[in-house]
Structure formats: C-alpha cells, structure tokens
Design a protein around this ligand. Structure first.
Ligand code: GLN
Length: 304
C-alpha cells in the first residue's frame, strides 16, 4: 500500500475544501491558534512513518488526554472504577450536565468531561504526585521527556472552568467525587493543557494499535484485555454526540480534543493523528474527520 501517495491525495483534496468550523474560543488562549494549521502523521506497525504538513508542531491535546488518564487509572485501580463511571455513549455534548442529575452523579463514560473528572479524582486519590505521574506516563509512551504543558492554556482554562466546576459540584453532591473540587479541577486542566505533535500522539497511541505493547521494544505497557476495553470505549464514546457519525464515516476507534486534534487506531495496523483547529458544531475537528474518512476509504480498510 502506498500510504504516502494516499496522504498526498488527501492533502490535495483538503486544499480544495473550505472549512466552515470555528476554532474553540471558550478557552481564550486556544482562540489564538491559526485556523489554517494542519498536520497529519500515520505510524504503521509494518512500514513506519508517513507525514503531511506541520506534523511535528505541538498543539493542545485537550480531551485526547482522557485516553491516557483512563489507561493510567485502569492500571492502578480494578474494575470497581466502572462503578463510578459507566461505559455507555452519552449522545450529549462533552460538557453536558443533563444526564448527571437523573443518573445520580454517575457519568455515562470516561471521555465526556464528567467522566474524565471522576478519573482525575481517582488519580488524585491513588497517586502521590499525579501531575508528575501523568507526564511520566506520556514520556514512557513516547520516549520524549520534553513533552509538557502549555502554561498559558492551563491558566486560561482555569479562569473559564465554570461548567467543569458545576459538573464536579453536582457529582460531589452525589458522593462521586472524593477530593477537593479545586484539586480535581486543577489536575484535570493540567492534563488537558499538555502539548504534543501529531507524530508524538501517534507514537503514544501505538500501544492501542499494538495489543498494549510498545512498538520499538515490545515492552508490555497495558494488558491486551484492557486495550480491548479502551478501544471499545473510544469507538463508542470518543466523539461525544458524534461518536456514531465518526464510526459511520471513519470506522476506527479514536479520540478528539478541542485543540483540533484527533488520534485514531487501526488495531494490528497503525495509529494516526490529524490536527486542524476549526471544530464542527459537535466540537470535533472538521477537516480531521474528513481526512480520516478519506484514509479508511482510500486504503479500503477500517475495523469493519
Ligand atoms: N479542557 C477541555 C474542557 O474541559 C477539554 C474538552 C475537549 O477537548 N472536548 O472543556
């Protein structure tokens, strides 16, 4: 398969499209990003790396961090974690409060904000220095110790976290948040403000494509049974109220972030990341979804 040729075709198609989406502005610092930024990186298990555009430039990973947080939480806590957060698609926006009220403070899944905040609460309870452990985990996955947070994005989101604070307060009233709300909000905002490039995200997500093992040294990071579960949650919940649409169009498990990134995996084949900041109305990268749809269409392969 000539993957580079396929990526080049995708790029020429994208060049003739005009996005209608908008860069996220509810975190003011994110609104400063150039909407025309674009990068794509495909890391194939058997044939290596293929790139397009600014694939080495770091951007705000935002909700893509929720996959790393879940993985870390599943590695230190048992199945009882899933009594505090469910594994069902929500069909609601990523920051919605509605279901929490009538479902007694148990979030639908770990990839909507409510669920990710419960995962943050678990990590704070279990780890002495959760911020350090979180970064250490990403450094272990990528082999790059220079990955860190963007302090401006972190400070900017902290000033505008009223909805996440509301989610935390509501869940705490049901007894599903154990730590101080300020501490959970701080840690969650920290993990969202990590910056990584397309290339680094694809490398980090290789464990989900490669049965839990790092590609370079076959070191087991996550047992295959947990990888199966994480990929299943990405497939059904990775794109909020657009998870069905992403499955329908792309046919791969993946996760988006409001920084404009999407990382997806084809188990046994590859990990792929696209970055294009303008978001569609559901908060997912408009051109990112287009590019991934074309990738699975032009290669003729998805998981289905
Ligand atoms: N930090 C963002 C928030 O909590 C992450 C949302 C996202 O990427 N969908 O609103």
């Amino acid at each position: 398969m000539d993957y580079q040729q396929i990526l080049n075709t995708i790029k020429s198609e994208l060049d003739s499209l005009k996005y209608t989406g908008k860069v996220a502005s509810y975190i003011p610092e994110l609104a400063k990003i150039d909407p025309d930024e674009f990068g794509m990186h495909l890391h194939c298990i058997n044939s290596g790396h293929y790139n397009l555009g600014n694939n080495e430039k770091r951007f705000s990973i935002q909700s893509i961090s929720k996959v790393f947080a879940l993985t870390l939480a599943m590695s230190i806590s048992g199945d009882d974690l899933f009594q505090r957060v469910d594994v069902e698609p929500s069909g609601d926006p990523f920051n919605s409060l509605i279901q929490l009220e009538y479902e007694q403070g148990i979030p639908r899944n770990p990839f909507i904000n409510a669920g990710a905040l419960v995962i943050s609460d678990i990590l704070i309870s279990e780890l002495d220095d959760p911020k350090k452990s979180f970064l250490d985990f990403i450094h272990k996955l990528t082999g790059d110790n220079s990955i860190g947070i963007n302090t401006k994005v972190y400070e900017s989101e902290k000033q505008y976290s009223h909805r996440n604070a509301a989610l935390l307060n509501l869940m705490k009233s049901f007894g599903n948040i154990k730590n101080n709300i300020e501490d959970v909000l701080d840690f969650y905002t920290y993990q969202c403000s990590i910056e990584m490039s397309c290339q680094e995200l694809s490398t980090a997500f290789m464990i989900y494509a490669n049965g839990g093992k790092k590609l370079e040294n076959s070191k087991n990071i996550v047992p295959p049974q947990k990888v199966k579960r994480i990929n299943a949650i990405m497939q059904t919940c990775g794109f909020y109220d657009e998870a069905g649409e992403f499955s329908f169009r792309v046919g791969l498990p993946g996760k988006s972030g409001v920084g404009g990134g999407i990382t997806a995996v084809h188990p046994g084949q590859y990990a792929v990341t696209v970055w294009s900041p303008p978001l569609n109305p559901k908060g997912n990268s408009e051109l990112g979804m287009y590019a991934l749809e074309r990738l699975t269409t032009l290669t003729g392969y998805s998981i289905f």
